[in-house]
Design a protein around this ligand. Structure first.
Ligand code: ZN
Length: 160
């Protein structure tokens, strides 16, 4: 890929966005830990709601990161097989690896990502997030709140 390829710029924009989101995720994990400790110190404090709100936000951020990664792939002319996860050319109708048929339209740009928008400052209550929440995204079982431990493992492998 040429150095001045405009796609390179777009891709690095997405990558920056992913980095931002990962930073926010770490911050949330930090807060979750502190909230939990507060409760440990004083059993009368109920922080479940605060913790859950952050877990949900983290799940959503993971979903957004995944969307960014798909966008990056798209810019590179690739898409992921929903079955085996192998990278395929956008034009392919079937996965070259496992033969899974791609959904019609899979060769077009992935769903809207507000990737150029900087990640907003962490709100005290994280409920009011983006309209396309984790629930709408298929094959992201880990989008469920309360599964953040799985997500954590995932984060590691995805960064590799
Ligand atoms: Zn496949």
């Amino acid at each position: 890929m040429a150095i001045f390829d405009p796609k390179t710029k777009v891709i690095s924009g997405y990558q920056r966005s992913i980095t931002e989101k990962q930073k926010v995720i770490s911050k949330y994990f930090d807060q979750i830990g502190r909230l939990y400790y507060e409760q440990y110190k004083d059993m009368s404090v109920d922080v479940t709601k605060d913790i859950n709100a952050r877990c949900e936000a983290v799940s959503e951020l993971y979903t957004e990161i995944k969307e960014c990664e798909l966008k990056i792939l798209f810019e590179k002319g690739l898409k992921l097989c929903p079955n085996c996860g192998k990278e395929n050319m956008l034009a392919y109708a079937f996965c070259y690896s496992c033969g899974t048929k791609f959904e019609p339209g899979s060769e077009s740009a992935p769903g809207a990502v507000k990737s150029d928008k900087a990640v907003s400052v962490i709100p005290p209550a994280v409920e009011e997030s983006e309209p396309e929440t984790a629930t709408e995204v298929p094959e992201t079982a880990e989008a469920d709140a309360g599964k953040e431990e799985e997500d954590k493992d995932k984060e590691g492998s995805e960064e590799a």
